[in-house]
Design a protein around this ligand. Structure first.
Ligand code: SF4
Ligand code: FES
Length: 237
């Protein structure tokens, strides 16, 4: 079958403004959209820029907007799409070229929540261990591949007045450490998150959960951070 792709193009070094270019590709229903983009780059237009690495929903590098919804082209089968597909870069972040956006603001917010285990007490012999139940709490959050689809789909991050909100991806990672039984920095983490730009920036709009390609219940995890902060404050009141 033939499939038509309408792709956002913009090379700031050459183009005055963005435009859309149409490509026609031969594809099997079981091909992924990423296969079609690769085919275009290899056989028709080597100037088309997009990121990819693993090709299997693991690295999170190929986030883009497909028919208006953020997702991973390596997970989109052609048979799930129509005969013409609109392909655009992730919103919210500045375009570097075509489908490649500058993710530095995304990773800056991610770093702001201290995305690492903090354990000041002397380590036990061997590993810092946790029980299967304690580990189970983290089972959704650890699936995050930092693709940025949630943050770029969030209406709060899309609003220029509230774009300083840390965003759902950073909050998923914050959950992963705040709820980790081995972490000893809860007070410092809560101080970072207990702000309008932190967890209270979330307006429970569910867009993040709708688009997450790893099916992480993002909004629910953010809700659990809010509850944890509320309970911590109640204890110290
Ligand atoms: Fe991507 Fe889901 Fe992680 Fe957000 S929570 S960055 S959508 S994997
Ligand atoms: Fe790695 Fe899609 S190419 S997640």
């Amino acid at each position: 079958m033939k499939i038509k792709l309408k792709i956002f193009r913009f090379d700031p070094e050459k183009d005055e403004k963005p435009y859309y270019k149409f490509y026609e590709v031969e594809a099997e229903p079981s091909d992924r959209l990423l296969d079609c983009l690769n085919r275009i780059r290899w056989e028709q237009d080597p100037t088309l820029a997009f990121r990819m690495s693993c090709g299997h929903g693991v690295c999170g590098s190929d986030g883009m907007r497909i028919d208006g919804i953020c997702g991973l082209p390596c997970q989109k089968l052609i048979k799930s799409l129509g005969p013409e597909v609109l392909v655009e870069p992730l919103p919210v972040f500045p375009v570097i070229k075509d489908l490649v956006v500058d993710l530095e603001p995304f990773f800056e917010r991610y770093r702001s929540i201290k995305p690492y285990l903090v354990a000041a007490s002397p380590p036990p012999e061997g590993e810092r261990r946790q029980s299967p139940d304690e580990n189970h709490v983290l089972k959704d959050a650890v699936r995050c591949i930092l693709c940025a689809c949630c943050t770029s789909s969030c209406p709060v991050n899309q609003n220029p007045e509230t774009e300083d909100y840390v965003g759902p991806a950073a909050l998923v990672r914050a959950f992963r450490y705040l709820l980790d039984s081995r972490d000893e920095a809860a007070a410092a983490r809560i101080a970072i998150l207990d702000r309008r730009q932190g967890v209270w920036g979330c307006q429970t709009l569910w867009k993040c959960t709708e688009v997450c390609p790893k099916e992480i219940p993002v909004t629910k995890l953010i809700g659990r951070i809010k509850r944890k902060i509320y309970e911590a404050k109640k204890e110290t009141a």
